[in-house]
Structures are given as C-alpha cells and as structure tokens.
Design a protein around this ligand. Sequence first.
Ligand SMILES: Cc1cc2nc3c(=O)[nH]c(=O)nc-3n(C[C@H](O)[C@H](O)[C@H](O)COP(=O)(O)O)c2cc1C
Length: 439
Amino acid sequence: MEPAAYGLRESATFDRATIHAIQRAAETGVYDIRGWGAKRKLPHFDDLLLLGASMSRYPLEGYRERCDTDVVLGTRHAKHPLRLATPVTIAGMSFGALSAQAKEALGRGASEVGTSTTTGDGGMTPEERGHSKHLVYQYLPSRYGMNPDDLRKADAIEVVLGQGAKPGGGGMLLGQKITERVAGMRTLPVGIDQRSACRHPDWTGPDDLAIKILELREITDWEKPIYVKVGATRTYYDVKLAVHAGADVVVVDGMQGGTAATQDVFIEHVGIPTLAALPQAVRALQELGVHREVQLIVSGGIRGGADMAKALALGADAVAIGTAALIALGDNHPRYDAEYRQLGSAAGYFDDYQDGRDPAGISTQDEELAARLDPVEAGRRLANYLRVMTMEAQTLARACGKAHLLHLEPEDLVALTIESAAMARVPLAGTNWIPGEGL
Ligand SMILES: Cc1cc2nc3c(=O)[nH]c(=O)nc-3n(C[C@H](O)[C@H](O)[C@H](O)COP(=O)(O)O)c2cc1C
C-alpha cells in the first residue's frame, strides 16, 4: 500500500528532493555541483499566449504569403554585421564542458540553417571554427584560451560579464574533464578541478568595459560586432550600461539558462527569470532610443518556436539556445538510460554534465565516449530542430498577420497569470489589465 493511502502526508516544504539534499550534504560535507539550469517552476513563456488574427486582424496564408525570418546583428558600429537566416543562435558552451565532436556538431547544425554558434570558456577549437559559418568568440573573465589571433578569426565577439545560471559567480570544470588538450588550451594543470573567475581581472566597473570594447574593436579593425552578455539580475541598469559602454548587441541570459557545472544553490536561488528580464531590457533600449539599433538576444529556457515567437513579440531581435541544442544533438537520450543510471542520474534528468562520463559523447572528454557522437549526424539533427523551431515561429507569426518574425509585437500577447502579466507587461487574458501599470 502507498504511504498516502494510510494517511501519511508529504511535506511541501521538506519534499523528497529537499530531504535527499540534506542527507547528501550530511554524508559528504560538500555542496552539490551540477549542470543544466534552474529546475524549480518559474514564470515563463508558457504563461503567455499569442492572439491569432480573426476579424480585427488579418492572418497570412501559409503557402502563398511569405513570413521572413532573417536578422542582422551588430548594425551599430561593426563594418561586418552578422546576417543570419533565422533569429535563433547557438549560445556559448565551452570546449571542456563539451567534447570537440559536440562543438563541431553545433557548428555544422547552425551553419546548415544559416545561423551562428559561439565558443565558450576554454577557447576556439579548429573543428569548431572550420565547421561554423558564423562563429562568435567569447571573451570571458577567465581568459582561458584567449588569444588575439582567434579574436581575428571570429565573426563577432561576445564579452561575457555573466550567465543566467550563476550571475556573480564563475563556472566549474571538474578534474575528470581536464584532459591534456583542455588543459593545454586553458594553460591549467591536467586533472585538477578548476573554477572560472567571476569577474574580469582588469575590470572595476562599466567604464573599464568601454575601454575593453574599444581595445577589441582596435584589435579587429572595427570589423566585428561586439556583444555584451549579462546574467539577468538588475537587467534594466545592466543593459543601459552595456549600451553606454558601446555594445552592438546585448545578450540577456535569464535564470533558467543552462550551465555546464556550478553550485546547485546558485542555479536555483540567484537571478531573475527570462520572462522578467526581457521587458526590462527592451525598456532600457527604448529609453535610450536604440531598440533595434542595438540588437537584443535573449536566452534561458528557450525550447521551441513558441518561446521564440513570444520572446520576439516582447522585443528581442533573436534568441539563443544551449540546453535545447544539446538535446537535439542527442544528449540524455533514453537509449542511454541504463548508463545514465550508473552515474546516479537517469536519461532526461541532465544531472551528469559535470561528471565527464556522458554516454552520449557530448558533455565528456573521454575519447571513447566522445567518439560515440557522430558530428555529421548530430549536426543534421540540430539543423532539423532549428528548422522546425523556425517553421513553428513562422506559423505563429502568420497567424498573427505578420510578414516577418520581427514584426511580432507585445500587442500580439496576453498573459495567463497575474505574475506573468506583471513581469511581461502584457494584459491578463480577457482583460486590459497590466498589473502595476499606471501606478
Ligand atoms: C554545457 C553548457 C556549457 C556552457 N558554457 C558556457 C560558457 O562557456 N560561457 C557562457 O557564457 N555560457 C555558457 N553556458 C550558458 C549558455 O551560453 C547559455 O547562456 C544558456 O545555456 C542558455 O540557456 P538554455 O540552456 O536554457 O538555452 C553553458 C551552458 C551549457 C548548457
């Protein structure tokens, strides 16, 4: 008989996972480190709905009427802005966290559909550069793998100030993933746990960012767009400061955003949801008169065309995906369930990123495991997924009467809950009430 059947009640405060966490801490004396993003339920794009057209709006016909998807990023200062065929990009994920095969597959998949991929903490691999049509190079606080030659090889540069999974903190890479190749690129010892810096060594405030951006422009002859990536916290102010510092593109990563490895307490308790950050970022850009001139990329929990359409309607120019791209490559696939269970996880739980023993060959540096991932096949899967995502967004945009994905607007949205209405600043469905507006 189930315990509930003879009257035992579960505690909402001390649920099973909480009890297990306390037991685990008591036994080991170390905090929990894991990958993936926040697992708690947060207000998200599911709490918004698009208003399709009917009498007062005119829908577009799917087979005959176009709905364009292209986007140009970095139009403010760069001589060569990035021209992408679809407004979904692959977020920065490090070589080290991911295998060289996975990085190559990301490049192949993104290139097949005409979008960009991004390096990460740990530098640029030749496989990744070779297979990425548009490659964004991350300039991170750790400076692992950073060198001016690779800056010049990139198509855009992303200065990373923070990530949604851990704003104010640095990531981790456990010793089991620090092979000779990873260590060589990072100039670190082999096999020793490593924590990335939480802030740039030559940075004490936004004025230093302005100097840094100028330096990067000089090194790259003003050719490449410069992005600034922030974890979502005080987003309104951060976006304004990034624009003042000279960013061409601002990337806002909400707290649902994935990570390769960091403290669980960080992932679940720091930052604000993507849905709350996005309208703040748009308001900051609008007040500065640069909305659409400085492009906005939003990430953190983007899963498909509906999320993308809603993010664009709220004012983003593009979205970025990390976790969903890894799932598309084949990560945590049920066929490996037995092997994930041997790691103390299970397929679909994604609690193994930090471990370095990913049976799918994606978040590992083990040569045998990594060889299981065929970059061509995995790239094809990613390209399929990106195509589906784009078609889904187009279907929704056409239903709203839009001939371009970027024509979606807040007026196309309503909210299902009071909290999402307040965060997204769109009316609660069936009313014209936006909580907090006019106060
Ligand atoms: C395996 C993995 C590795 C990551 N490595 C980096 C990194 O090196 N630099 C960085 O800025 N963000 C890194 N991120 C965060 C992503 O760039 C992005 O902000 C996040 O994944 C977006 O959220 P999503 O995973 O829900 O799509 C990583 C994420 C994952 C899942």
